[in-house]
Design a protein. Structure first.
Length: 83
C-alpha cells in the first residue's frame, strides 16, 4: 500500500510539473507543442531552464541534456509529425 501511494504521489507530482512546463512552453496557447517550440524553450528560455533545473523531477531535468531531449521527443512523437 505504501508503495502504491508513493507511486501515485510521484505520478501526481510528475504530471503537475510536466503540465506546468508544457504551459510555459506553449507560447501560442494552441494546446500542442511542436518540436521546434520545445527545443527552443529548453535551449534558450531561462524561465523554462530554471524550472527544469529546480523542479525536483529527474525525468524532467533530463530534458536539459540535448541527447536526452532528442531521444524523448523521438519517443513522444509517435506519428513523426513534429507535434
Amino acid at each position: 500500500r505504501a508503495a502504491a501511494a508513493a507511486d501515485e504521489e510521484f505520478s501526481e507530482e510528475f504530471l503537475s510539473a510536466a503540465r506546468k512546463v508544457f504551459e510555459m512552453i506553449d507560447d501560442d496557447g494552441s494546446g500542442t507543442l511542436e518540436k521546434a517550440e520545445i527545443v527552443r524553450a529548453v535551449r534558450a528560455d531561462k524561465e523554462v531552464q530554471s524550472f527544469l533545473q529546480n523542479c525536483g523531477n529527474q525525468n524532467l531535468m533530463y530534458l536539459l541534456v540535448p541527447a536526452r531531449l532528442e531521444s524523448a521527443l523521438a519517443v513522444l512523437d509517435t506519428d513523426r509529425d513534429g507535434h
